[in-house]
Design a protein around this ligand. Structure first.
Ligand code: MTE
Ligand code: MO
Length: 501
């Protein structure tokens, strides 16, 4: 064995202990915070995704979808484990020369203070630092004493530390998951739905077409898109939002002010500009909403304003025209319950007919601008602040006795859907599909911004054939055939599917 080899071998157990300390630190952090912004990996993941060049993010979104964010979270986790391990390694090295536990204390302290600073959560410091101190101390106390004054971890104690770290990790995951779900339930106790909520949800059930496998008019599972893997966890009682910028007087309203205002339940559909043509990031809910227009009047918004920058607690910001803001709503409940954390609790913006991205969640500020500015996704090359494209999705294909049934949803924002046509011969001939009745609001008027379902059943041909679907908006305009990718301004084209007999 060369001297170099011998040195590497001698260091390996210490590296093992250090990695174990890294895993234990991350697990300990998760155990005390759950999946909240206090989790030590969360700010690192956020910073990573923010620093990532727009081309890379766009590539990840269009190739991996939401998996890209999971990969980013994994990268951030490895980074944090590595950083903690480096400090712990230092602690082990110091421990060889210093009096007992000095290295352990130093490592725990450095990691703890760093975690507290990075997350802005003192508890995260304790959760992260303590397990690191314990892991390094274990080496001090149980490691092999090589001379009278120095200790070294041997292979056994390194393996022991690793095993303990993983056990601790599993425990941390479990405790953290429970914490996370507990904080989801802890909503404010206000009356969130008006009396009409239940009957409108019932209406949506009644008007949904009874097609097997077709998502109802109020989505069972509403998609979620966020810039961060870990969402803000805001306390409604602490929350407020401001109207600022080019206004006569700044306005600030808190949760009680918001929910005391006159509100209505409204069906609103959202669609993400980044989803593929036949993707599933398009959903509908019944939201309890307060109109934005009166707030603008109260703040005194003049004609010189072109637009607004909406800002949020997760560092997200989007700019869009004042005309769209005048028709926007602030939502604080969804399907009869307080707004879920993942959808922007305690309050989010809904901008009828516009791409999802300007429907800012965890809303904190509406800054009125006199000159155009650039939002988060526009800085990354997207054009997602305008009205949605018309689309008809084909999500269901049922083979029945002698027939084929195809179905999906169609959406054209505030233009509405007037008609959906289906072709079963690749676009040669077209037939009208059945449409669900339009959803209507508490006043009985048709919902301003909601999708419809379509369905079509035909005799099963014996040959392979191509099913194509296209929608017409409320003005009778046929959805353009020309295909476009999601980037930069939303997918468009006719959805088609080859069906074999
Ligand atoms: N604060 C904040 N608001 C946000 C986002 C975000 O990352 N942060 N994502 C936007 C995007 S891209 C979309 S498509 C919609 C999705 O809303 P949902 O997650 O409730 O479906 O929220 C928008 N609002
Ligand atoms: Mo989006």
């Amino acid at each position: 064995m060369s001297a170099y080899e011998a040195r590497v071998r001698a260091t390996l157990p210490a590296v093992g202990v250090a990695l174990a300390a890294g895993v234990a630190g991350v697990a300990g952090s998760y155990a005390v915070t759950g999946a909240t912004p206090g989790y030590v990996v969360a700010p690192v993941e956020g910073a990573l995704s923010r620093a990532m060049p727009g081309e890379v993010v766009t590539f990840a979104i269009t190739t991996f979808g939401s998996l890209g964010q999971q990969l980013n979270l994994l990268a951030a986790t490895l980074l944090v484990v590595g950083a903690i391990a480096a400090v712990a390694f230092g602690g082990v090295v110091v421990g060889r020369r210093a009096p007992p536990l000095v290295g352990a204390l130093a490592a725990g302290l450095v990691v703890g203070v760093a975690a507290a600073l990075v997350t802005g959560t003192p508890l995260a410091g304790v959760g992260t630092g303590l397990p690191v101190a314990v892991a390094v101390a274990a080496v001090d106390l149980f490691g092999r004493r090589t001379t009278d004054t120095t200790v070294d971890p041997d292979r056994r104690s390194a393996l022991g530390a690793l095993a303990a770290a993983f056990a601790f990790g599993a425990l941390g995951l479990n405790v953290g998951n429970r914490l996370g779900s507990a904080s989801d339930d802890a909503g404010p106790t206000v009356q969130v739905g008006s009396a009409d909520t239940a009957s409108l949800l019932d209406q949506a059930r009644q008007r949904s077409l009874g097609v097997d496998g077709l998502e109802p008019l109020v989505s069972d599972a509403f998609y979620q898109v966020d810039i961060n893997a870990v969402d803000p966890d805001l306390d409604a009682e602490q929350w407020s939002m401001r109207v600022t910028g080019a206004v006569e007087n700044d306005l600030e309203i808190d949760y009680d002010d918001l929910t005391a205002r006159e509100s209505t339940p409204e069906f609103v559909t959202l669609r993400c500009v980044g989803e593929p043509l036949n993707g599933t990031q398009m959903d509908t809910a019944l939201w309890e909403v307060v109109p934005v227009a009166p707030l603008l009047d109260e703040a005194g918004v003049g004609e010189e304003n072109c637009c607004v920058m909406a800002r949020a607690a997760d560092g997200f910001y989007e700019e869009f025209p004042l005309s769209a803001l005048r028709n926007a709503r602030i939502a604080y409940a969804m399907n009869g319950e307080t707004l879920p954390r993942g959808h922007g609790a305690p309050a989010r913006l809904l901008v009828p007919g516009h791409w999802g991205e300007i429907n800012v969640k965890w809303l904190t500020e509406l800054e009125l601008l006199e000159e155009e500015a650039t939002g988060y996704w526009e800085e990354r090359g997207w054009h997602g602040t305008g009205p949605v494209n018309t689309v008809a999705k084909l999500h269901v294909l049922n083979r029945n006795e002698g027939t084929v049934e195809v179905a999906g949803h169609a959406y054209a924002g505030t233009r509405g859907i007037s008609r959906v046509e289906v072709s079963t011969d690749g676009g040669e001939t077209w037939t009208d599909a059945d449409l669900s009745d339009p959803l209507s609001g508490a006043d009985g008027e048709p919902a301003e911004d909601a999708w419809r379902q379509w369905a079509y059943e035909y005799d099963a041909p014996d040959a392979e054939h191509e099913v194509v679907v296209r929608a017409y908006d409320g003005d009778g305009r046929m959805q353009p055939r020309e295909e476009a990718d999601a980037f930069p301004s939303g997918a468009s084209g006719w959805v088609s599917r080859t069906v074999s007999p």
